[in-house]
Design a protein around this ligand. Structure first.
Ligand code: G3P
Ligand code: MG
Length: 238
C-alpha cells in the first residue's frame, strides 16, 4: 500500500515546516511527513527549507548565522494570519509532537548549498535520544552526505533524492548504500519502480500534487507519495 507523506507538513494549507502543518497532516490522514533540516550557529537542528530566512519568516540572513534563541523570536507563519506567531521548530520538538502518533518522519538534510559540518551526527543523535529509529527515513540531494551517514554505520533507511532522471538508479543507490530512491514525479517511470523494487529499494516520490500524477504513481505501486495535500492523496488511496 502506498503511504501518504505530507510535504513540509500539510503545506498546501498551513505554513510549511511548522508544528501546525505537521499536526494538520496527521489530522488529514497522512502516514507521516517530510521536513527539511538545517543547522543553527550554535549547532541546533532546526526545521526550515531555505538556507535563508526571508521567504518563510520575518527574519533576514542565513540560518547558519543565527542562534536557536534568535530564530525562536521569528514568525514562521509565512504570511498566513491564522498562524501568526508560529515559530521555526527544532527537530526535537517535532519528535515530541509525534511521539505517540506512530507517524513516519522523512528528514531531508538540506546540506547541498552549505555543507553543515556535524549535521549528520546531530540528526542521528536526536533520532536515537528520542527513540525514533523505527519511524525515520533520512534523505538528501547531497549524496556525499548520505555516504557519510552510511559510513557512520547507521541502520536508518537512506533515500537518494534526485530531480532529473538518473541512469539505472537501482544500481547507483545500491552502491551508495541507500535503501530508497526519492525521485521527482517526472523522473519516475514504471521500469524504474519495478527495477528498484526488484533490487530491494523503496521508491518515495515528490512532490505529487496533481490527481493525475497521484493516480499514475499509485498504479505503479510506489512506496510513498510526498504531497502538499495529504487529504487529497488519502481520499484517492482510501
Ligand atoms: O524531499 C522531497 C522534496 O522535499 C525535495 O525538494 O525542495 O521540496 O525540499 P524540496
Ligand atoms: Mg524537502
Amino acid at each position: 500500500m502506498t503511504e501518504v507523506w505530507a510535504h513540509r507538513g500539510a503545506s498546501g494549507y498551513a505554513p510549511e515546516n511548522t508544528l501546525p502543518a505537521f499536526e494538520l497532516a496527521l489530522e488529514q490522514g497522512a502516514d507521516g511527513f517530510e521536513l527539511d533540516v538545517q543547522l543553527t550557529r550554535d549547532d541546533e537542528v532546526v526545521v526550515i527549507h531555505d538556507e535563508t530566512l526571508e521567504r518563510t519568516t520575518d527574519g533576514h540572513g542565513w540560518v547558519a548565522d543565527h542562534s536557536l534563541d534568535d530564530l525562536k523570536k521569528l514568525d514562521a507563519s509565512y504570511g498566513n494570519a491564522k498562524y501568526a506567531g508560529t515559530q521555526i521548530p527544532t527537530l526535537a520538538e517535532v519528535f515530541d509532537l509525534v511521539r505517540d502518533s506512530g507517524a513516519r518522519v522523512n528528514i531531508e538534510l538540506k546540506n547541498s548549498e552549505i555543507r553543515y559540518k556535524g549535521l549528520e551526527e546531530r540528526v542521528l543523535a536526536l533520532v536515537e535520544s528520542h527513540q525514533m529509529a523505527s519511524r525515520v527515513v533520512l534523505s538528501s540531494f547531497n549524496h556525499y552526505s548520505l555516504r557519510h551517514l552510511f559510513g557512520l554505520g547507521t541502520t536508518l533507511p537512506l533515500g537518494a533524492l534526485y530531480a532529473d532522471p538518473l541512469w539505472k538508479p537501482w544500481q547507483y543507490a545500491g552502491r551508495l548504500g541507500a535503501t530508497a530512491v526519492h525521485p521527482s514525479v517526472s523522473a519516475t517511470r514504471r521500469k524504474i519502480v519495478e527495477k528498484c523494487h526488484e533490487h530491494g529499494l523503496s521508491v518515495h516520490v515528490w512532490t505529487v500534487n496533481e490527481p493525475a500524477d497521484l493516480k499514475r504513481l499509485l498504479g505503479l505501486s510506489v512506496d510513498a507519495v510526498i504531497t502538499d495535500y495529504p487529504n487529497v492523496a488519502r481520499a484517492l488511496i482510501g
